[in-house]
Design a protein around this ligand. Structure first.
Ligand SMILES: Nc1ncnc2c1ncn2[C@@H]1O[C@H](COP(=O)(O)OP(=O)(O)O)[C@@H](O)[C@H]1O
Ligand SMILES: N[C@@H](CCC(=O)OP(=O)(O)O)C(=O)O
Length: 375
């Protein structure tokens, strides 16, 4: 693995069941990261723990269950968490920076580009970006809830060379070791099988959230982004360096060989389609079987109001979704030229090129379905 890494630390590693932050643990992880930083690694830290760190201070006896209570606890705990990291990193002369993200920050290309630019600048200045979900504003429908998926999206966003998900278990087992005592550790995972999803259970403690299930989901996202991943435990000085060296206490996941380009990954998995283009059988065949771009000649009509640069779904006349891609035409422009030859279309409207969706910005639905069949 290379030199830019994302390290994710779960609530279970930073806080106690009864709530409150374990400052010794924060210091320990900061020292582990500082060690790598000193040897030239760019490290991004995705940290959980805000809710667990804050709920007791706010007067709740146990980790709250209601959304607004969790949000209030996170508002208190996030400040405590950052304060602890600032202190711990300061001791090694490292500047820590807080970044709070929500799902739309990944699905909106403009926002994700802004986040990337900020992160790149921080790394250029040798700072360590410390990332968490922006819990106080994330509403239920768009919430990650756990930080495993968030860390995988961050790893893809910054094109990390590796993602290290640190937890209280030394890897992925054939069953939850808390419940299945003879479960065996899996050293290396190449393919995310259905069986694996069944082996992965929920959280192990009252402070953890996603359990192994959400770590497998994170693996899916990272593998598709071409980022290799480690899930395991870092408990002794030097353990993180060992994990990075490939000899850590945990499970290694290979990155998918056929990883998608960052653009295709965004189109297929992060974008929100803004409308539909209905195509004829010829265009369907060209897109699905011949790896071609979509031209005006194969289009029957546009549905919805979309603009150039937005992602649209492409469907056939029966309404079957064929895939999605970035449109270079606005909906009204498609209406003006649907069914025409490229030459004729370019005479009638002003567009930079004839392709309505270029094949490099197209992801077929079989790929999207295959990836989301486990969701
Ligand atoms: N197949 C499995 N292998 C290992 N751990 C598992 C498995 N299934 C469920 N778990 C549970 O997942 C827990 C780690 O996830 P979680 O509690 O969410 O921690 P974190 O806060 O670090 O994200 C472990 O403590 C373990 O009990
Ligand atoms: N954003 C939340 C994360 C919640 C959580 O417990 O996540 P995780 O430990 O990754 O399962 C927090 O900081 O409390």
């Amino acid at each position: 693995m290379g030199k830019r890494i994302v390290v994710k630390i779960g609530s279970s590693s930073l806080t106690a069941e009864e709530g409150g932050l374990n400052r010794l643990q924060v210091r320990f992880f900061a020292d582990e990261i500082a060690r790598l930083h000193a040897s030239g690694y760019q490290v991004l830290l995705v940290t959980s723990g805000a809710i667990a760190a804050g709920f007791r201070r706010l007067g709740y006896a146990t980790r709250p269950k209601l959304v607004h209570e969790k949000q209030a606890a996170a508002a208190v705990g996030q400040a405590l968490l950052m304060q602890a990291y600032q202190e711990a990193f300061n001791a090694s002369g490292i500047t820590a920076a807080q970044i709070l993200l929500t799902r739309p920050d990944f699905s909106n290309r403009g926002r994700s580009q802004n986040a990337t630019r900020t992160i790149e600048e921080l790394l250029k200045q040798f700072a360590v970006p410390i990332i968490n979900e922006n819990d106080t504003v994330a509403v239920d429908e768009i919430k990650f809830g756990e930080n495993d998926s968030l860390s995988a999206l961050v790893a893809n966003l910054v094109k990390a060379d590796g993602l290290y998900i640190l937890t209280d278990m030394d890897g992925v087992y054939t069953g939850d070791p808390r419940k299945v005592p003879d479960a065996k550790r899996l050293e290396r995972i190449e393919v995310l099988s259905d069986e694996l999803y069944q082996m992965a259970g929920g959280a192990g403690s009252s402070v953890g959230t996603g359990g192994m299930r959400s770590k497998i989901e994170a693996a899916r996202i990272a593998m598709q982004g071409g980022v290799p991943l480690f899930v395991g435990r870092v408990s002794e000085p030097g353990d993180l360096a060992e994990a990075v060296a490939g000899t850590g206490k945990g499970t290694y996941f290979a990155s998918s060989l056929q990883s998608l380009s960052a653009k295709k990954h965004w189109v297929g998995f992060l974008s929100v389609p803004q409308g539909r283009i209905v195509v004829d059988a010829g265009a369907e065949n060209a897109l699905l079987n011949r790896g071609r771009s979509l031209l005006p000649a194969g289009i029957l009509r546009a549905e919805g109001d979309f603009h150039p640069g937005e992602v649209v779904e492409v469907v056939n006349a029966d309404g079957r979704i064929l895939g999605r891609g970035v449109t270079h035409y606005a909906a009204w422009q498609i209406t003006a030229v649907a069914g025409l030859s490229s030459e004729e279309a370019l005479k009638r409207i002003e567009v930079p090129r004839a392709e309505v969706i270029h094949r490099d910005e197209w992801v077929g639905s079989s790929l999207i379905k295959e990836a989301s069949s486990h969701e």
